[in-house]
Structures are given as C-alpha cells and as structure tokens.
Design a protein around this ligand. Structure first.
Ligand code: BGC
Length: 771
C-alpha cells in the first residue's frame, strides 16, 4: 500500500505512474459522485489485479441479517447497509484478439490519473503494450452529470501506436454484483428484465427484501477521430442479469477510435416506471451530446465553487487538501432530497454500512449551512424529523423506554438502527444530543425559527423524554447520574457519568423546555397541536427539570478539569508523547481490554462539549481541559483533529492548529491511517472546512451576528472563504497584514471582528489590520 503519492496541485488530484499497490487507494481517491450516485475509480476495461469494485446509488439499501458472536437482547434483527449497485461503467475491450487488461500488459508508460475538481471530471491516460505486441495510447474521461443526475458519461479513446488494430468493444451493464461486506455472502440484487434496442440496453433489477427497483442503462456510440461511425452492435451477450453489446472496428495505426458510453440508473424512489425513465434519461443526454454535457458539467461545478471555494495562497498541499474536502462533500450530498444523508464514506466505499451517523449533525451541518441555501440544512434536519417515529419505536420496542422517548439510531439508512455492538448501539447515546444541538445550531445560524414549531420541537420532546428516563437518581450523590454509556471517545465503554453525555443531556432538557415556552407564546396553534400529539403534561415537565437541574458532573477540583467519566484519574496517566510509536495506532496493536484500561482517547470527548458549548466556559477552562485531554488523545478517529485544530487556534497555539489542520485536510490524500483503499472519510471533511472557517477565521455566531477573530498560519501567505449568512454572502480574505471583508447584494452587514463592531457595505470592502 502506498502513501503520499498524490502530486500537489491547486485544482486537481493527480497520480503519475502505474503501481498495482496503489490501485485500490486510487479507486477511493479518484471517486466521483453527483449527490444521487457515485462511482469508485474502477477501470472500465477488465482488470485481473486487486481491485475494490464500487458503484453506489443514494438511498438504496438492503437489510442484512445481523451476525454477531454473542447475541444480546436489544440488537436489531436486521441492519441496513449501503449496497454495491449494478455496474454501468464496464467496457471489455479486445485488441487484436487479446483482452486488454492492465495487469497483463508487458509495458505501461506515462500512466496518469487526474480528478479535475474545478470542472468535475476524472481522466486516465497511458500507453500500454499488450502481450501480442500491439502498443496503444489510451485516454479516458468519465463524469457523473450534476444537472442530469441519473446519467454518467465515459469517453474512452484508443490510438494504436505501432500497427493497425482490430478493436472489439464490449460495453456491458451488470446487476450480478456483490458487496465486499456481506454477512451471509448473499446476493442483494434480483434480476427482473434484460432488454436492448439498437445501441441502448437496460437491466432492471430489484433489491431483495427492500424491493428498490433500479434500471441500469447504457447507450453506446463508436467514433473515429471524433466522428460518429453510427455503428450498430454486431451481437449481444445476455444472461439473466447482464447484457453486453459487441462492436467491432478496424483502426489504422495513429487513428483514434473511441467509444462513448452514456450510462446510469433510474430508481423506483423517483419513478414508477424506471425503464421509461431510463429511456428518457438517455434521450436527454443524447440531445445534449458529449461536448455540451461536459460544458454543462464545468458550468455546474463552477457555480458550486463560486460559493464554497476556500483559497489558500503559498501552500499548495493545504490548498489541494481543502479543495479535495469541499469537492467530496459536494459530490456526496447536494441537499436536493430530504430522504438522503451523508454517509461517512459517501460514495467511495462500503465501510460504516449505513448512511447516517451523528457526524451529520455534529460536523456536516455547519458546512452546508454556510455554503448553500439554508433549505439544504433544513432538509438534513427534516430527515431526522421524518424518522422520529422509528426513533420512538427503537427506544420502546428494543430498549424498554416509554411515553414517546426517542433514541435515534447510531447508524441508519431508514430510521432503523444499523449497528450491532452493544457498547455502541445501546450505549453511545450521546448521538441523541447532537441531533438536538443541530436544531439549535440551525436556528442560531440561519435565524429561521419556523423549523422549531413546525418540526423541531417534536424531535426535541422525544429526545428530552429519553434523557429524563435514561438518567437515574443516585442517593449516594444526591444527584442524577447517567450510567453505562460510551461517550464520543469509543475507547471507553460502559462508563458512568461521561461528562459530555451528562452535559448534553441536561442541555437538551433545558433547551426543549425553553422552546416549549417560546412556541407556546409565539406559535400557540403549533403548541396546541404538539401538546396534543405528544400528550405532554406540566407534571412531566417538572420531572424533566428535576433531572436537568440536579445533573451530576464529574470534576477534578485539583486539576481544574472536568473528568471524562467517573474514575478517569485512576488510570495510569502516561501521556501519548511517552507512548512508544511502535505501539500505534493502538486500535491495531492492542487487545481491546488494554485499549479500554488505558487513558488514551480516540477523539474529542470532554473537548467535544467545549466545542459545542464554548460560550458556557471560560478561556482558562478551555485551556486547562485542552492541555490535559489532548495529551492523552491518539486521534484515531477522522473526526478528532478538526475539533482540536479549532480549539488550538482559539488558544493561540497556531503551530498545533496548523499540524492538526494538515492532518484533517490530507487524511485521505496522504493516507495517514493506511486505510484509504476502503474509501474516503467524507464526514470529517466538513470538519476540515470548520478548521479553517471556525478555527483560523474564528467565525462564530453570537447574538444573531457573525463574529470573526482571524488568524493565519505562518506557512500561508493568505486565505479566503465565503459565508452565506442569512441569505447574504460575505467574503473574508485574510493575510498576515489584514483581513478584508466584503459583502454582495444591497444591504449592509453588521459583524464583529476581534470584539469590535463593524459595518460592511456592499461594494466597499473593509480591511481590518491583523493586530
Ligand atoms: C467515530 C464515530 C463516528 C464514526 C463514523 C467512528 O470511528 O468514533 O464518532 O461517528 O466513526 O464516522
């Protein structure tokens, strides 16, 4: 496995030279997506080397029967998983009667991949010598259209270099695919129909159990030197789940032959007749043609970049890192559909099974709120609202809660729990807190209160009820405690009184209580509807308050820090710096009991609380807790470095902030954790964005106003970003000398910079000096 082989470039991800060791990693890094579907960078032609095939369709899942060593009550019977979708990209190619396969070529020169993030396409080019001596130059461009989001396009060019060539193209679509990760080695797709007409072909299949119907389609054209030869297939190979069309071309040495393949999926989530929709999708793509589709793609991506780009001057690797993160986030989720969400691997791999984790609320929402229309973040909130009934069922049927208490799943595709380790499924309950926090954060940022009376309050009530029932009164402490949990730091299980969990539990109850008061005053009819629906009585509210007002928080007065959990100080407190590097990562080197006994922390835990509720604590408290906990943190979760980077910046520890920034932004590009072949860490990419905007830029929203306290790493000459704050776009450009603020539109924007009020007027940028 190779690390750190991507060439630095401002706008592209580039690999040069063919190395079988990098194939799976590059398949992840060069993945493409358009919010509706995604594709790992698998080769179109046959490849007999090691590969991880992955095509994905948003919202399509399969409930796999749970398989665990020792069944525990409360486990979900089935859990939904991301499915490898039928293959639409495949093109088997014969050249002078030999199947072309990069793994069997005798020579490969000038191999180059490029993922052009600015324009949204992926290309691969090389020269290869086949065993039969034929030398060819190949150039392939592939993209998933943003505008026609059911359609992908491939332009595959071959130029015979040393002799004429008989080229047989065998493009195919295939629903006979499997998942790398399948509990019972089952097939997940049931083929229904295989059809072809002329240059078009269709395979319709449905998922077993969930019965999502998908028509995978293709349309092929064969060209020479850019001119369509209007060839028809000479033959078809058909099985019950696959169809291959055969085209033959004789190509003179030096001429360029190409196949253009339009392909993709139409799904029953969006169409009643997927076959008819597939025909329409092909017609829409053909009407535009390859060149126009590519132009439209560039245009669509330039609109995305216009709002979401972050520029960094003087540090190409940092620039490439942040653009890669922003690009992947936009490839994964564009916010058009409230049934969809952001999986930790997006469309780049299967790991993490389901799509939605607390990552969305804790890490992703700020990025989408600030770089898109506010409806996008609202859609993400609505996703949870639509799954409230299932969260209530989960708490009641599986875990013994009552009276409308809701526990959202740790991992989900459809509202049902997808995870089955007791210490996570049953104990990592803090996720409920992040879902409530996101409602608060959405209102704080957008000022759109309407979400709370319309939808949010019901979610808050379910969550507050859960916390009220989950806490118990300790006679010994004369306070309420929360026992047997796993905090964000998954290197501790079944602990008592995780500070973060207790804090967010109390906060959720208090916040819900306040919103009930506000909604009753300002939206009485919504209040009435909600009280009737939830049967919430005053007496229950009093019980909630008792818990919130008397919650126990573990603390060390001597050290001046909150304790991650009861008994944390009993551990052998050897800081990470004194840990033998050969022992790391500890999750790969140590047995689980040893990890649990150790003081080592996977990701921000007490510090996650300081991140969410910064204003509740003083800078001195942050400093003490940061210095204490960071010294034990191994950052073995991708979600860890970003929070630490933000806090280090706010504590003026700029070297540290910068190191954490590089680690978060190039986690996948440099493959820090040696696992990128499984897919990219999509949700933590939003954390990278936060490290710049909230970390270095110091952006916060306080009292309905944007605040900044800009800082700049010494390694950079300057950087800039844009924020959509309540439908007004503000651009912030920071150098070592000054920060310049400018706004679009026609209205002034009042902001606070380093504690001072400033008004920014349209067309007159204001510069504030750095000191
Ligand atoms: C982290 C969780 C996170 C999950 C998915 C785990 O390694 O510990 O906090 O939700 O990955 O990103």
């Amino acid at each position: 496995m190779n690390q750190d082989y991507i060439k630095p470039d401002n706008w592209s991800i580039i690999e040069e030279g063919f190395d079988t060791e990098s194939v799976k990693s590059s398949e992840s890094l060069f993945s493409i997506g358009n919010g509706a579907m995604g594709q790992r960078a698998n080769f179109e032609e046959n490849y007999t080397g090691e590969t991880f095939q992955g095509s994905y369709i948003a919202g399509i899942y399969y409930p796999d029967k749970t398989k665990v060593g020792w069944w525990k009550n409360g486990y979900p019977e089935y859990f939904a998983k991301v499915l490898n979708a039928p293959n639409w990209i495949g093109i088997e190619i014969e050249i002078n009667d030999e199947t072309f396969d990069l793994n069997t070529c005798t020579e490969i020169k000038n191999f180059r991949r490029e993922l052009n993030m600015k324009e949204g396409w992926y290309s691969r080019s090389f020269e290869a010598k086949l065993k039969n001596g034929t030398e060819i130059a190949v150039n392939v461009v592939r993209f998933l259209a943003l505008d026609l989001d059911e359609v992908g396009i491939i332009n595959y060019e071959i130029t015979p270099l040393n002799k004429d060539a008989k080229i047989v193209y065998k493009p195919y679509i295939d629903a006979g695919v499997t998942n790398e990760d399948a509990n019972w080695d089952e097939k997940f797709w049931e083929p229904l129909e295989v059809k072809h007409t002329g240059n078009e072909a269709f395979v319709t299949a449905q998922t077993f159990k969930t019965h999502f119907k998908v028509t995978t389609f293709m349309q092929n054209s064969i060209l020479e030197n850019g001119k369509n030869l209007n060839l028809s297939p000479t033959n078809f190979n058909t099985t019950t789940d696959k169809i291959q069309s055969i085209y033959a071309a004789i190509v003179a040495q030096g001429k360029t032959s190409s196949i253009q393949k339009i392909g993709g999926y139409t799904v029953s989530l969006n169409h009643t007749n997927t076959q008819a929709a597939a025909e329409k999708a092909i017609q829409a793509a053909l009407a535009l043609g390859y060149d126009q589709l590519l132009e439209d793609q560039k245009e669509a991506w330039s609109k995305i970049w216009e709002m979401s780009d972050i520029t960094i001057e003087g540090d190409v690797k940092a620039q490439q890192g942040i653009r890669f993160n922003i690009f992947q986030l936009n490839q994964t989720y564009l916010g058009k559909d409230s049934r969809l969400n952001i999986g930790p691997k997006g469309f780049t791999g299967e790991k993490y099974g389901g799509s939605t984790y607390w990552d969305t609320e804790a890490y992703c929402i700020p990025f989408y709120m600030a770089t898109k229309d506010q409806q996008v973040a609202r859609n993400l909130l609505t996703y949870r609202y639509n799954q409230l009934d299932k969260a209530i069922e989960n708490a009641q049927n599986n875990l013994g809660f009552k009276n409308g208490a809701a526990l959202y799943p740790m991992v989900t595709m459809n509202g049902e729990e997808c995870h089955n380790e007791w210490e996570i499924t049953h104990e990592e309950i803090h996720r409920n807190g992040a879902i409530a926090f996101a409602i608060f954060n959405y209102y704080r940022f957008t000022g759109d209160y309407s979400y709370i009376p319309e939808k949010g309050l019901e979610v808050l009530i379910g969550i507050a009820r859960f916390w009220h029932q989950r806490a118990n009164f300790s006679k010994d402490k004369n306070q309420y405690v929360i026992l047997g949990v796993t905090g964000p730091n998954e290197y501790e299980n079944n602990i008592n009184n995780n500070f973060y969990t207790n804090y967010i539990a109390k906060w959720c109850i208090d916040y819900t209580y306040e919103q009930l008061q506000r909604v009753s005053l300002e939206f009485p009819s919504d209040h009435k509807r909600i009280i009737e629906k939830t049967k919430l009585a005053e007496s229950e509210l009093k019980e909630w308050k008792k818990v919130a007002d008397n919650m126990y928080f573990p603390v060390s007065k001597e050290l001046g820090v909150y304790l991650q959990q009861d008994g944390f100080l009993d551990k052998d407190l050897v800081p990470v710096k004194d840990l033998d590097p050969a022992q790391r990562p500890i999750n790969q080197k140590w047995s689980w009991d040893r990890v649990l006994r150790s003081p080592y922390i996977k990701q921000a835990d007490v510090l996650q609380c300081f991140y969410f509720f910064e204003e509740h604590f003083t800078k001195e408290e942050l400093k003490r807790n940061f210095e204490f906990y960071e010294s034990f943190t191994v950052h073995e979760s991708s979600l860890s470095p970003c929070v630490h980077s933000i806090q280090a910046a706010s504590l003026d520890k700029m070297e540290m902030a910068y190191t954490f920034y590089l680690r978060t932004s190039r986690l996948d590009l440099d493959d820090y954790n040696k696992e990128v072949e499984e897919g990219c860490h999509i949700t933590s990419m939003a954390g990278t964005w936060m490290s710049i905007v909230e970390g270095f830029g110091g952006m916060r929203v306080k009292n309905d106003t944007l605040n900044f306290s800009p800082k700049i790493p010494k390694e950079w000459e300057g950087y800039s970003f844009k924020i959509n704050f309540r439908n007004q776009i503000i651009k912030v450009a920071i150098t070592h000398i000054e920060t310049t603020f400018s706004v679009d539109g026609t209205t002034d924007l009042a902001i606070v910079v380093n504690g001072k009020n400033i008004t920014v007027s349209p067309n007159s940028p204001i510069a504030v000096s750095q000191n």
